[in-house]
Design a protein around this ligand. Structure first.
Ligand code: DGJ
Length: 734
């Protein structure tokens, strides 16, 4: 049993292989947080100390005990307006206008497994999952909150969410409903968050949490390029491989907020969930609301340790099961090769050239439908533009399959151009404010996915295309932020539901497509990596990491992404030089090594390659196919520290059984007479002997990990090296 209640003390202990999470309801019914961290015996009740602190008042029934204040106690789901002046997890408006919520313990259930979350992406049952449901209630407003804790013992993960139910006879309006709140009563923490912009997503920034409030989030109707729904709290001295690190990742793709508050005594609270700005969800009597899930994890083995926990849970329990073990195809995408300028013959020429280099799939990007020769028109009209292609989509896809390749197609399902038949027929299907001209971005508006008829229409239109040709892959794009989030189908008092209902509509569409085409692989995308989150990963096993395909920039983007997300989810392609985003020239070898830290593919005009380059690409595809299982399912390690402003970037994959390792290094700054790049390997068996492939050199695992490996001085523009170490059969006697 990984969830245990000590009946005599009332302490709940949630245990994973290396971690412990403890809580209990005290005698007034306040659910106290006792501990989260490295697994340890005993009960941490002794950490709760009471002190009379001025201006931190007391619950009415405890006014004689001036040491007892909600304002100073660590709690599991803090209410609002009743004495805890720190961040609330919940804010509810009752019919009489009161916004106070005081949640007290009512009971619990412990269940084997976990229930599905209807309509919401979630962490899938892992066989040994157990669930604790705590029931809290505010009898005055009739709000019941069920706190859910799903324990994933092998992954060192606890998934939290809340279900809020209106048990009153009146209407309640949820203005804030966090997925989780975690108090860290002791310790000083750094926060690492992942900010960015289009073409430069998920840049880690580490900063000391100051007193007061710090927050990150998105109000763009999407998880966004700008702030990923993932934060890490770590000890001040934590490094990539040492120290205590906590992660909190939302399984959600819409507006989100991660808030932290360091209070008067230095205690830290972390609250994460749907962004409360603009959110107002009405619950009629008896109705309930499910928050998105938050994946919590702890590692005492530094940031790399924490990342590996997230990689494992996302790979094994979040992405669609069917794709867990499946080797993804090496693909060529038409976007940077042709943009909107193509016909079927050109695409077929790309396919033939790619096939000769053993590339397995051709993806036809934007421009194949409606009237779409640039980005001013056509979105929403998902009918094949046979005039432009010069043939039907079926014929094109059959001919590509005839070459022995599979075929993929681009969609941007949630968008519409004003210049489209769809918009002309249904202008009210776009999100727009009454009487106001909407914000336009890339000439497009956002469809109102909160309306069932819109979801049904898009589903029908996509199915017609997918049924009309052999299509194994869909690239699902989303190319603007959501503004004017007003639904013409909803009353004034319900507009605060639109943004979340929009996400529910998108998730429903994805789920219906997954169900109807279980073999179809959907790659998420949003102007690159604007919706790179665990919510999308529930439907899409991989997501295009960034529109920036420059190998040097990608080093940072992919490294930043790796803190939370596995490389098997990161769409990464080799593109042409000079690079279309930066104008930089990097060697083909370097571009190949960088794209191999992702779901490898190409995004260039293969007809423009020299014979020498074609030969090199054949070698890259062969290498990738050989290393794919290690890259996709091995342990990933960032080598070197986050803030190293070094001359090179290095990373590696190690087989979980220590049998092999693949080490990659790219020089960003080559120096005359410079030092030798040096890395310490990770994840090897210390007592085993390893051979460096292609040489007779042998090393002990311990030597490679503790003394490290020094690379030769590399020369030229952005040179790169990749080393494959293979464990020898016999063991070293050390
Ligand atoms: C943005 C994507 O990230 C690109 O890869 C490409 O698909 C374009 N959209 C097409 O409009």
């Amino acid at each position: 049993m990984n969830i245990q209640l000590n009946e005599s003390t009332g302490v709940f202990s949630l245990t994973t292989e290396h971690t412990l999470y403890q809580l209990r309801a005290d005698r007034t019914g306040v659910v106290l947080h006792l501990y989260y961290g490295r697994r340890a015996g005993g009960e941490m009740d002794y950490l709760i100390r009471l002190a009379d602190r001025g201006f931190s008042g007391n619950p009415y029934e405890l006014q004689q005990n001036r040491g007892y204040s909600l304002d100073t106690l660590p709690q599991e789901y803090p209410g609002n307006g009743v004495g805890d002046f720190r961040l609330p997890a919940v804010q509810v408006r009752a019919e009489n206008g009161s916004r106070s919520a005081d949640l007290r313990y009512e009971g619990y259930r412990i269940e084997r497994g976990r229930e599905e979350k209807p309509g919401l992406p979630h962490v899938r049952e892992a066989g040994e999952t157990e669930t604790l449901v705590l029931i809290l209630r505010d009898p005055v407003i009739g709000l019941e909150v069920q706190l859910l804790y799903h324990v994933f013992p092998r992954q060192d993960v606890i998934v939290r969410s809340a279900r809020l139910v209106n048990r009153s006879g009146e209407q309640l309006v949820l203005e804030k409903a966090a997925s989780c709140s975690v108090d860290f009563p002791y310790g000083a923490w750094d926060v690492i968050h992942f900010h960015g912009r289009h073409n430069m997503e998920r840049m880690p920034e580490r900063t000391r949490l100051p007193r007061g409030m710090t927050s990150f989030g998105s109000r763009r109707g999407m998880s966004s390029h700008h702030h990923n729904p993932f934060v890490i709290l770590c000890g001040r001295h934590a490094t990539e491989d040492t120290g205590d690190c906590y992660g909190c990742m939302l399984v959600y793709s819409g507006n989100h907020l991660e808030e932290m508050e360091v209070d008067q005594t230095g205690s830290t609270r972390l609250v994460a969930g749907i962004h409360p700005d603009g959110f107002a969800w009405t619950l009629a009597p008896g109705e309930g609301f499910d928050t998105p899930e938050a994946i919590l994890s702890f590692s005492g083995e530094g940031l790399n340790g924490l990342s590996r926990n997230y990689h494992r849970i996302l790979r094994d329990q979040v992405i669609p099961r069917r794709f867990r073990e499946k080797t993804r195809p090496v693909l060529i995408n038409s976007w940077e090769a042709a943009y909107f300028d193509f016909d079927a013959e050109k695409i077929l020429r790309f396919a033939r050239a790619a096939r000769e280099m053993n590339i397995g799939m051709l993806v036809l990007d934007d421009g194949w439908f409606g009237k779409r020769d640039d980005d001013t028109s056509g979105l929403g009209d998902w009918t094949v533009n046979e005039g432009k292609l010069g043939c039907s989509l079926r014929e094109l896809s059959d001919r590509i399959h005839g070459l022995g390749m599979s075929f993929g197609l681009w969609f941007e399902p949630e968008m519409v151009n004003e210049d489209s038949d769809l918009y002309r027929a249904h202008p009210d299907w776009a999100l727009t404010d009454p009487g106001r001209r909407p914000m336009v971005a890339r000439n497009q508006l956002v469809l109102d996915m909160s309306r069932q008829e819109v979801v049904d229409y898009v589903f029908g239109a996509m199915c017609a295309v997918l049924d009309g040709a052999r299509i194994e892959y869909v690239k699902w794009d989303f190319n603007r932020s959501v503004a004017n989030c007003y639904s013409r189908a909803r009353g004034a008092d319900r507009q605060g539901e639109t943004a979340h209902r929009f996400m529910l509509g998108t998730y429903q569409l994805l789920a219906r497509l997954r169900e109807r085409y279980p073999e179809l692989m959907i790659e998420g995308c949003s102007g690159g990596g604007g919706r790179f989150d665990a919510g999308m990963l529930y439907y899409c096993p991989q997501i295009w990491c960034s529109d920036d395909t420059d190998a040097v920039e990608r080093l940072e983007i992919q490294r930043g992404t790796s803190y939370g997300y596995p490389v098997s989810a990161m769409g990464a392609h080799v593109s042409a030089v000079p690079n279309h985003q930066t104008g930089r020239r990097t060697p083909l070898r370097t571009r190949g090594i960088v794209a191999q830290a992702g779901t490898f593919g190409y995004e260039l005009n293969p007809e423009q390659l020299t014979e020498e380059e074609r030969e090199e690409i054949r070698g890259q595809v062969a290498d990738y196919s050989r290393y794919a299982p290690l890259i996709a399912r091995g342990d990933y390690w960032r080598l070197g520290e986050m803030d190293d402003a070094g001359d090179y970037t290095a990373w590696m994959f190690s087989a979980p059984d220590g049998s092999e390792a693949l080490v990659s290094l790219v020089m960003i700054h080559v120096r005359a007479n410079g030092p030798f790049p040096h890395v310490k390997l990770r994840g090897l068996a210390p007592e085993a002997e390893y051979r460096l492939e292609g040489t007779e050199q042998r090393f002990s695992g311990a030597a490679l990990m503790y003394a490290g490996y020094s690379f030769p001085q590399l020369q030229g523009e952005y040179p790169a090296m990749q080393l494959h170490f293979v464990r020898m059969e016999e063991k070293l006697h050390v």
